[in-house]
Design a protein around this ligand. Structure first.
Ligand SMILES: Cc1ncc(COP(=O)(O)O)c(C=O)c1O
Length: 375
């Protein structure tokens, strides 16, 4: 039977507690949200939603075409200029998602014959970029600069090292400064995905590269999403102007994709301007994460010390992780649940996001619910 194998896979997923289901979110959900990536609490901020509405009124519901045809509005240009300036890079290029930005950066910067060295904890979009690229990928041990050094110490050139700045599963940071040194030593490019760093790390949320003094450095390219701290949707690649020009000409997810919707570009631009005015939001997100981690470990949970706003709590098994998250939800708390195949090491976790707009009382309440529902 055509597609009969799908049912067998579905049965196997049910047996191992790995079934995924969609749960539409109500606009007036009463749940306390520690599951979204809205780190700065901007997705429903009136300035951001009004900017999205105004952009749709002025420019339309969609961008009407690919970026190289009709899909680049003045808003896209403003967003690229201000994003590059905010993060400290020469130029930026906006994509319809962070996923598309990562595919673009890796595929366009790793031509035939090249070497890609990729951290084993990288996000799926970087992994897929490596799979699609014409270069040869070598996956190395997680957050290990010596493993990158060993892999780069070959004659295969050109070469790039690819890593998340903050890993999405455990919220731990990459050894950014050391990676930059290794890349300089071997004349390799460095592509860093700052999806979880933008808005949270660095002065006023300028990101992990800015925090490490690497923003705008030659050979350094960063990708971001507009869908987490900036409360919108879309992605971008930032780097030297010649790299960005190359992406315009060579990146298939730029060339063959409809430009980002004006509402999303307008919302992201408004969020960026708000963050300039209210830089303390970044520090607050970090402080909430630190407090959440401290309270959870004090209660005996096994939680990873957060380097940004993601706090990961170990669960005994995929089934128990799912039940734990469901029990939290029944008690009014939305938390994320990571389990295979989304985790490279097979360990299931609750994934909590610390938002800048959470009060100390809400953090305390969340810790209580997580404790009371513990399997
Ligand atoms: C590290 C990382 N990179 C890239 C992405 C993809 O970004 P987007 O959701 O904008 O496609 C995500 C998550 O969504 C992420 O966590």
């Amino acid at each position: 039977m055509a597609f009969g194998w799908i049912d067998e896979q579905a049965r196997a997923r049910r047996r191992t507690g790995l079934v995924r289901t969609l749960r539409p979110r109500a606009a007036d959900s009463p749940l306390l949200d520690l599951a979204s990536n809205d780190y700065l609490g901007l997705a429903r901020h009136p300035e951001i939603t009004e900017a999205a509405a105004e952009a749709a009124r002025v420019w339309g519901g969609g961008s009407t075409g690919s970026r190289l045809v009709t899909g680049t509005t003045e808003l896209h240009g403003d967003l690229e200029r201000e994003l590059a300036e905010f993060c400290g890079f020469e130029a930026a290029l906006v994509f319809s998602s962070g996923y598309a930005a990562n595919l673009a950066a890796v595929t366009a910067l790793a031509p035939h014959g090249s070497l890609i060295v990729s951290d084993s904890g990288n996000h799926a979009s970087l992994i897929d970029g490596c799979r699609l690229a014409h270069g040869t990928t070598q996956v190395v041990a997680h957050a290990d600069p010596q493993a990158f050094r060993k892999a780069l110490d070959t004659r295969r050139r050109p070469a790039v090292a690819v890593s998340d700045t903050v890993f999405s599963v455990d919220g731990d940071a990459a050894p950014l400064a050391e990676l930059a040194v290794v890349c300089r030593e071997f004349d390799a490019g460095l592509i860093m995905d700052d999806a979880h760093g933008l808005g949270v790390l660095g002065t006023g949320g300028r990101g992990a590269l800015h925090a490490a003094g690497l923003a705008g450095a030659p050979g350094v390219v960063v990708t971001v999403t507009l869908s987490k701290s900036l409360g919108s949707q879309g992605g971008a690649v930032l780097g030297p102007a010649h790299v960005i020009d190359h992406l315009v000409n060579a990146a298939r997810t730029f060339i063959f994709d409809t430009g980002l919707a004006p509402a999303a570009a307008g919302a992201a631009l408004a969020a960026l301007r708000l963050l300039r005015r209210e830089p303390e939001r970044a520090a607050r997100a970090r402080a909430v994460a630190t407090a959440l981690h401290a309270r959870l470990t004090a209660e005996g949970h096994e939680a990873v010390r957060p380097d940004a706003a993601v706090v990961s709590v170990r669960a005994p098994s995929p089934e128990q992780a799912v039940r734990w998250a469901a029990d939290c939800r029944s008690a009014g708390l939305a938390v994320g649940c990571f389990r295979p195949p989304s985790v490279p090491d097979g360990i299931s976790r609750l994934r909590l996001t610390a938002r800048a707009d959470l009060s100390d009382g809400q953090v305390e309440h969340a810790v209580r619910v997580i404790g009371e529902t513990r399997p």
